[in-house]
Ligand binder design. Structure first.
Ligand code: ZN
Length: 597
């Protein structure tokens, strides 16, 4: 038994105090280690760097603690029980770390709990105490850790079967709002922290529909006995991280549904985020790449399969919204059109496959720089389009009798049979089984190749037309038609900053890059006139604009002038259309899922 106690005597200073008690420490000296990364987010974060004090003692007094590397310690052999006391600085307002102040506390176990090496499979107990101070007196606590003591939403003692489980249940504490609903007989809670207004009835009704759709797709019963959405609401933020029976989410207060208002695009995107993390309860938290299941969180774990675990999840997140009736078919097609636009605009898609993008997540996708659009492709965005292609191809080959749903159910059966570890070729094998014929060559090309996907062809076969046009502005995300669009391309993305117009990135081989303009330049004048975003856009829209333009920028503090030769605007913006006659054809794909019999 490994016992932890966590509390705080200094919430205003953002410190969690942790006491770790090991009844039977390694007689040779007990090693302890903090995770370097958190599952679901493929970047080395070195959580041990937030430990500001640490000491150890046994039944007789202080025990020497030697630091072995950036994440690990070894305690000298102890007489009897070993106790380690340490303090963790918690000021990372994200879903991946730990955060504490006098308004609330949040932590992932991977940020606060040292792993007792050699005893990771031992059961754990954790006592979570209310932080000390008048601001915290009314606080409640929300987590899906198994409760041993205390009232519902109260502080108390919790249990986990092993260390992996201990760190897979994030904890929120504060004066939060809470709403509950049931989906397929499973209780779900939503806990919201922050300052906001929310139409709780709409939120819980919509989430109930979405969760029901996911559970029905995989087949009842749901894999968890209870589920918790932990939502941190801030002025400007967005993100989510999946766990086995909960998710930690961050959203902007404008993303929540307002009482008396109609749902808007921001709310639909938030529902998509909730749907995404919920789908991960099956796809990655249970069905998982073998290498991630075996990872010890001390260094990178490489897999070419993130396109499947993030891409397929990204495909089903919006699909569940339309199947559950939370968005219309038109809104769904607009969302796919925007994803296609995002992929199409990046030159990196011609350089990197989704398998390579997955493998290099640690050093490329999670460490993107200004050249990312030219160098990499997103395993989320293109991965979701690969999933779309697989789904439509299976539907076409089986006369709509089978689909990617069946592949996911086959993966789920695999989990129930042998724990769900997926090898590099498992998904391709199951796709071929479900499709009834070998489509391996196509799949290999979509996953390991860099040619554009056959989206137009597959969509046409399902009654949807794929159309392209040039962008209508620097903020145009695509997905819909536009009254007017660019005639000319600068080959750069621009955004308004306090100092003027900032060049965010330049397209490889585009007009700006060929002329010498670089990402980070401040564009201050165009043909000798102060540059504004609106003026640049209107100039690029006019067919009468000549190709040769004078552009003046500051690079660092140096003034530079470039003669740019504009290029014809590429048709890199996608929108989908659904003729009325296609409605019936789409029922199988986008229609509601009935309860499984
Ligand atoms: Zn995800």
């Amino acid at each position: 038994m490994i016992r932890y106690a966590i509390g705080s005597t200094l919430p205003a200073a953002h410190y969690f105090d942790i006491q770790l008690t090991i009844d039977q420490p390694d007689p040779e000296g007990q090693c302890l280690r903090m995770p370097a990364w958190i599952p679901g987010s493929y970047m080395i974060r070195d959580f041990a760097r937030h430990i500001v004090e640490i000491s150890a003692r046994d039944d007789t007094g202080e025990v020497a603690l030697e630091q072995l590397n950036k994440s690990s310690y070894r305690a000298a052999p102890a007489a009897g029980t070993l106790q380690v006391d340490y303090r963790v600085y918690a000021w990372d307002l994200s879903v991946r770390g730990a955060h504490l102040d006098t308004t609330h506390g949040f932590f992932n176990g991977s940020s606060v709990f040292l792993e007792v090496l050699g005893q990771s499979d031992q059961p754990c107990r954790v006592q979570i105490d209310r932080p000390v101070g008048p601001a915290c007196e009314q606080w409640r606590l929300a987590t899906t850790l198994a409760r041993l003591s205390g009232e519902e939403f109260g502080f108390g003692e919790f249990a986990a079967v092993d260390y992996q489980e201990l760190i897979d249940h994030p904890v929120e504490m504060g004066g939060f709002e809470q709403v509950s609903f049931e989906a397929c007989g499973v209780r779900h809670d939503v806990v919201l922290t922050g300052r906001f207004e929310c139409d709780y009835a709409r939120l819980s009704d919509d989430l109930a529909q979405i969760c029901t759709t996911h559970i029905r797709m995989f087949g009842e019963p749901a894999p968890m006995q209870r589920y918790l959405f932990l939502v941190m609401v801030v002025g400007d933020g967005y993100g989510g991280l999946e766990h086995r029976s909960s998710t930690a989410l961050m959203c902007s207060r404008n993303d929540l549904p307002r009482p008396g208002a109609q749902p808007d695009a921001a709310y639909r995107q938030f529902l998509g985020l909730c749907s995404h993390e919920y789908f991960h309860s099956w796809n990655v938290k249970r069905i998982h790449p073998r290498v991630l299941g075996a990872a010890d969180l001390s260094s990178e774990a490489y897999t070419p399969l993130l396109w499947a675990f993030e891409g397929i999840t990204s495909y089903f997140d919006d699909l569940a919204l339309v199947r559950s009736g939370c968005i219309t078919r038109e809104q769904y097609l607009e969302a796919i059109g925007q994803t296609m636009t995002r992929v199409q605009r990046g030159q990196g898609r011609l350089r990197q496959s989704v398998a390579q993008s997955s493998f290099n997540a640690w050093s490329k996708f999670y460490k993107q720089d200004e050249n990312a659009p030219n160098a990499i492709v997103s395993y989320y965005a293109k991965g979701s389009l690969v999933a779309l292609c697989i789904d439509l191809r299976i539907r076409q080959l089986t006369d709509q009798n089978k689909s990617l749903d069946d592949v996911m159910r086959a993966l789920w059966a695999l989990y129930q049979k042998n724990g769900g570890a997926v090898d590099d070729d498992t998904i391709q094998r199951l796709v071929t089984e479900v499709a009834g014929q070998d489509i391996g060559e196509d799949l290999t090309q979509w996953i390991n190749g860099t040619n554009d996907l056959p989206l137009a062809q597959l969509l046409t076969q399902h009654g949807v037309t794929l159309n392209t046009r040039s962008a209508s502005g620097f903020q145009d995300k695509g997905g819909s038609e536009a009254a007017e669009s660019f005639s000319w391309s600068l080959g750069a993305s621009l955004k308004q900053s306090t100092c003027g117009l900032e060049v965010v990135s330049v397209r490889e081989g585009g007009a700006a890059q060929v002329a010498g303009v670089a990402a980070g330049d401040q564009l201050i004048a165009w043909n000798g006139i102060k540059a504004t975003l609106a003026d640049c856009e209107s100039l690029l829209k006019r067919t009468a604009t000549g190709p040769t333009q004078q552009i003046t920028v500051f690079r660092r503090d140096e003034l530079m002038q470039f003669e740019v030769s504009l290029q014809p605007a590429p048709a890199d913006t996608v929108y989908l259309r659904m003729p009325d006659a296609a409605a019936g054809v789409l029922d199988d794909w986008l229609g509601a899922l009935m309860p499984s019999s």
